[in-house]
Design a protein around this ligand. Structure first.
Ligand code: BTN
Length: 274
């Protein structure tokens, strides 16, 4: 009897067969175990790996999340992957693109999930993928050499796919979810990765071709933070409450504070209050 697709280990041949991309994933490293796929992709970038190189691993021993957090993912259940982006716009456009990459990646992941499962996740600013109020996935983007001819960005994506509720550590059980929990059946990680790379490649190309407005419009449509009452947790333990009003052209979140002043947030952690 053959193993159903959802339970098969990731393998390079199957992933490449499923790809519909021009570049993304055409150079592919499938690893059993790695400290962090982002770190592995950064090392490959140093060795001149091409634009669109993908590293995917069954397990990470030191998976990293945003704001210095650890990323938990049991072996063989989820997607932990990193994509190397080398094609960046001209230097003066790079800051705009850099601030949009995490948001664009979140849109790509969201759409891939919808295409494959019919679930309709939302994006919590800047780049958490949510189903209801629970976190399905997250994105960690790391850039280097910005402003030089060797600029590169690593887009690291962690998505909870086939993990069961009892496999989450206690502290995540009420705030995280997986596709298998939500769809009530296990999901094919190979098909998901291929869909995600296709969605990301398309959006990166559109952005580089100047279609910023389209990405902003899609983000406004899919972002569940806008119109919510939020708490922004800033660096050094500072907090700020208000209502998330809109997404600005540079990808920042405009928050109308309780004292009626507007602030544009570029980095920080957002809590949806209700
Ligand atoms: C977050 O904090 O929400 C971002 C999580 C990003 C996790 C992914 S898993 C693949 C890649 N490698 C890492 O070490 N982190 C990212």
């Amino acid at each position: 009897m053959t193993t159903p697709a959802a339970f098969q280990p990731l393998n390079a041949q199957n992933i490449q067969r499923a790809l519909s991309t021009k570049t993304f994933g055409r150079t592919l490293h499938v690893l059993e175990e790695v400290a962090s796929t982002n770190t592995a992709a950064a090392a490959l970038a140093q060795e001149n790996a091409p634009h669109g190189t993908v590293v995917v691993a069954e397990t990470q021993t030191a998976g990293r999340g945003r704001l210095g957090r650890h990323w938990h993912s049991p072996s063989g259940k989820n997607l932990c992957c990193s994509i190397l982006l080398r094609l960046l716009p001209a230097r003066e456009q790079q800051p705009l693109w850099l601030s949009w990459i995490p948001l664009t990646a979140a849109l790509a992941v969201r759409r891939a999930v919808q295409v494959l499962t019919n679930l309709k996740p939302s994006v919590k600013w800047p780049n958490d993928i949510l189903i209801g109020n629970r976190k399905l996935g997250g994105i960690l983007c790391e850039s280097s050499g910005v402003g030089t001819a060797h600029a590169s960005v690593i887009v690291g994506i962690g998505l909870n796919v086939n993990v069961r509720r009892d496999e989450f550590p206690e502290e995540l059980r009420e705030i995280a979810t997986s596709l298998a929990i939500e769809a009530r059946h296990p999901c094919d990680r190979t098909a998901l990765l291929a869909a995600l790379l296709a969605e990301l490649e398309t959006r990166c190309e559109s952005f580089l071709a100047g279609a910023h407005e389209d990405i902003l419009k899609e983000y406004m449509l899919r972002c569940s933070t806008v119109s919510q009452r939020v708490r922004i947790e800033l660096a050094h333990g500072e907090q700020m409450d208000g209502v998330a009003e809109s997404i600005q052209a540079d990808g920042s979140l405009r928050v109308l504070r309780d004292d009626r002043t507007a602030v544009d947030i570029r980095a920080g952690d957002v809590v949806h209050l209700r």
